[in-house]
Design a binder for this molecule. Structure first.
Ligand code: ATP
Length: 273
């Protein structure tokens, strides 16, 4: 069964008429993780934001997006707002952008959860504390009382994952969630994403330019180039039997990089090849 079905998605710039994502169709199976890969500017973020219906005002979109059978493109903005967070959760690259810089993190979390569930302040604090502890945020109370700029990028991403644990969405969309992090935080945050999926059984779209991460986390892969899907398949097939020249280029570049890394690290590998 599919959690999410995207059919003939097109995104274009209404001012210039330029098509930025064209005729894109794909599905995310219940409980599985679909990675979207491709070079910068290939349309990965626009695709994610189109699913959330959060692209900038100058951009238009057409096509159908079914979430659990409900066509999101037919919903009013009010109905869509109820879906965001509770059923469809977007975790972005820069955690700072997800939070209001003028409020401590706890305010944002309480507002989001009170709006979706109407829980009491104590209930929210209790649930968030447990979720934060489960993603290795050691002092949840101090995290909730901190302004976003007082927390590291890795901590902010973990707060977002903790929020997703409490919201229990059907689909989590993670748009390059580790790109802005240092290597150790990247590793830790990826582990939390893997655990999030294992624990909640949610479906996931994971955008990354890092094929080692994709290999670790994704069941299926979608390769985008210039706003089009050029190839899709299981992660195993994409890495071993890529048909499209561009996919082969991506995979071979990664393997060459890994080979180099292995050489300078004396045998430690970034990705199994
Ligand atoms: N608001 C906008 N108005 C016009 N063009 C845009 C807008 N946002 C993005 N684009 C263009 O759409 C194309 C796809 O952008 P998108 O952000 O989806 O790329 P991406 O694959 O996510 O890249 P990256 O890996 O760098 O994040 C790019 O050429 C970009 O310049």
């Amino acid at each position: 069964m599919n959690s999410l079905e995207v059919s003939n998605l097109k995104v274009w710039d209404s001012r210039t008429g330029k098509v930025l994502v064209s005729n894109s169709s794909f599905q995310v199976k219940q409980g599985s993780c679909l990675a979207i890969v491709g070079e910068s500017g290939s349309g990965k973020s626009l695709t994610c934001r189109a699913i959330m219906r959060l692209n900038k005002a100058g951009l238009r979109q057409s096509g159908d997006i079914l979430l659990g059978g409900v066509n999101l493109t037919k919903l009013s903005e009010k109905e869509m707002r109820k879906k965001r967070g509770k059923q469809l959760c977007l975790i972005v690259q820069n955690g700072m952008r997800a939070f209001d810089p003028s409020c401590v993190v706890g305010v944002h979390l309480k507002e989001t959860l009170a709006w979706h569930f109407g829980w009491s302040r104590d209930d929210i604090a209790d649930r968030m504390k447990k979720a934060m502890e489960s993603v290795m945020l050691k002092d949840p109370i101090s995290v909730m009382n901190s302004y976003p700029h007082q927390l590291s990028g890795g901590m902010l991403q973990r707060v977002m994952i903790a929020l997703a644990i409490v919201l229990e969405p059907d689909v989590v969309i993670a748009d390059e969630p580790t790109t802005a992090l240092d290597t150790i935080s990247q590793f830790e945050v990826i582990e939390q994403f893997i655990q999030l999926r294992a624990r909640m059984g949610c479906s996931m779209i994971f955008v990354s330019h890092d094929l080692a991460v994709v290999k670790r986390i994704a069941d299926e892969v979608l390769v985008m180039k210039d706003g089009e899907i050029v190839e899709s398949g299981t992660t195993r097939d994409i890495f071993s039997l890529a048909r499209h020249e561009y996919t082969r280029y991506l995979v071979s570049t990664k393997l060459a990089l890994n080979h180099h890394f292995k050489k300078i690290m004396g045998g430690v590998s970034l990705v199994d090849n």
